[in-house]
Design a protein around this ligand. Structure first.
Ligand code: PMP
Length: 432
């Protein structure tokens, strides 16, 4: 039986205090929700604890980063050991090459890889590389795809931008965003037409599985067609695998769907809870980076030893247990998705559930969700009520319709029973 947990009260006080010195009290907009975010003090495995001592089953999982759960032992040990040897050298270490070899081993489309700190930095570098390599200007992204918080991709973007209803960010220059063309996901002829109308396309960037518009899967053959169209037009294809890398399979969505991009970005699950990201791809593209080439990329913290130790440990652990975790997570997630869909249907609630591997999302709509338009037709306000009810029942999911529910290898069958009970109560509460 799920026990109703009292709404946190210290969080309210901490939020009021935070708002005095932190804009809107949060350091990233998706963390905000009404009436106020819950403040967290610690985490372990499948759980986070708030400042009032409530234990929440975490299905946000660091927005996908925590594939192995919170504080996975191997990662904590590797980082603890590194902390005793230093935190920042700003000169190369052999471990950076160890990690580059691990990444290129899992992702054969990458001959070479640069380490950076965040997904945004990785996609910014990927786009600059595509422009530098082709000597063209425009990039094409897909409606509802989120590629980070920089100007050229904050156009028709998902995640927090969609959640807060902002089509382009104030402060961003039109001169920049007008070089970003937008195509429709799951619509290959639309992509072909966009390319045909503009001869200056430097790159196509895509989340192979959309995970910032809720979860939207590529229809059969879509990614293969995107590859064929970009190849035919000699345009570099960038797979933004910040979410899907290591999550959908050890070699990401590109392994799962058998499509080879020219450039790939990784973050989230790569670092197992630490800030690290990567941009990699074909040798002749990557060799354009400074200092050997003329496409600039730099960062004080790039390849820092602490994050690198976490990522090495994370990738080695994933590779060691991949035969157990991926089939298991797939089974758990499919089971949960089916059970939640049955609950909704039994209660007469119109709902669609999209799922893949260890990711799922519910949309309150009677139509299948296959692109930005269909995702936006779902009842986001109802999702907000579902989120609040799940939280009341001890389950924390990302607080936006335009995010995804993530499972981790730390979630047990018992945890998922609890999650399902929470969905049952929450759906019951929002039925009308
Ligand atoms: N690309 C994708 C697909 C993402 O989901 C995100 C973050 N949600 C980013 C890029 C940006 O990553 P970061 O927040 O680490 O800058």
């Amino acid at each position: 039986m799920v026990q109703e947990q009292p709404r946190p009260s210290r969080s309210r006080d901490l939020f009021d205090r935070a708002c005095k010195t932190i804009p809107s009290g949060v350091n990233s907009p998706v963390r905000y929700f009404e009436p106020h975010p819950v403040f967290i003090t610690r985490s372990q495995g499948a759980y986070i604890w708030d400042v009032d001592g409530n234990r929440l089953t975490d299905l946000c999982c660091g927005y996908g980063a925590l594939l192995l759960g919170h504080r996975r032992q191997e990662i904590i040990s590797a980082v603890s050991e590194q902390l005793l040897r230093g935190t920042l050298y700003c000169s190369p270490t052999s471990e950076e090459t160890d990690l580059a070899e691990l990444i290129t081993g899992n992702f054969p489309s990458m001959d070479k890889v640069r380490l950076v700190n965040t997904g945004s930095e990785a996609t910014m570098t990927a786009i600059r590389l595509a422009r530098g390599f082709t000597k063209r200007r425009k990039i094409i992204k897909f409606e509802g795809g989120y590629h980070g918080a920089h100007d050229s991709v904050l156009v028709s973007a998902g995640s927090g931008q969609a959640h807060h209803g902002i089509s382009t960010s104030e402060g961003g220059l039109e001169e920049v965003s007008q070089n970003t063309l937008v195509a429709r996901y799951n619509d290959p002829s639309g992509l072909e037409e966009t390319i045909r109308q503009d001869g200056d396309v430097a790159g196509v960037i895509i989340e192979p599985v959309m995970a910032n518009m809720g979860l939207i899967l590529p229809q059969d053959g879509f990614l293969q067609q995107v590859r064929r169209i970009t190849q035919k037009n000699d345009i570099p294809l960038i797979f933004d695998e910040v979410v899907t890398g290591f999550r959908v399979s050890p070699g990401g969505a590109q392994q799962h769907y058998g499509v080879k991009p020219d450039i790939t970005t990784l973050a989230k699950a790569l670092g197992g809870g630490f800030a690290i990201a990567a941009v990699g791809g074909r040798r002749e593209i990557m060799d354009n980076l400074t200092p050997g080439g003329r496409v600039y990329q730099a960062s004080t913290f790039a390849g820092n030893p602490v994050a690198v130790s976490a990522a090495i440990s994370s990738v080695r652990t994933i590779n060691r247990i991949k035969d157990q975790i991926y089939p298991h997570l797939e089974l758990q997630c499919a089971g949960l998705s089916r059970a939640v869909a049955d609950l909704a249907s039994d209660m007469g609630i119109d709902a669609q559930i999209n799922h893949l591997s260890s990711m799922m999302q519910i949309f309150f709509t009677s139509e299948p969700v296959t692109d930005y338009d269909s995702a936006k037709r779902s009842d986001a306000a109802r999702f907000g009520r579902l989120f609040a009810e799940l939280l009341k029942n001890g389950v924390f999911v990302a607080p936006s319709q335009f995010e995804v529910v993530f499972l981790s290898s730390a979630h047990s069958g018992e945890d998922l029973d609890h999650v399902l009970d929470a969905y049952r109560l929450a759906l019951g509460a929002i039925r009308d």
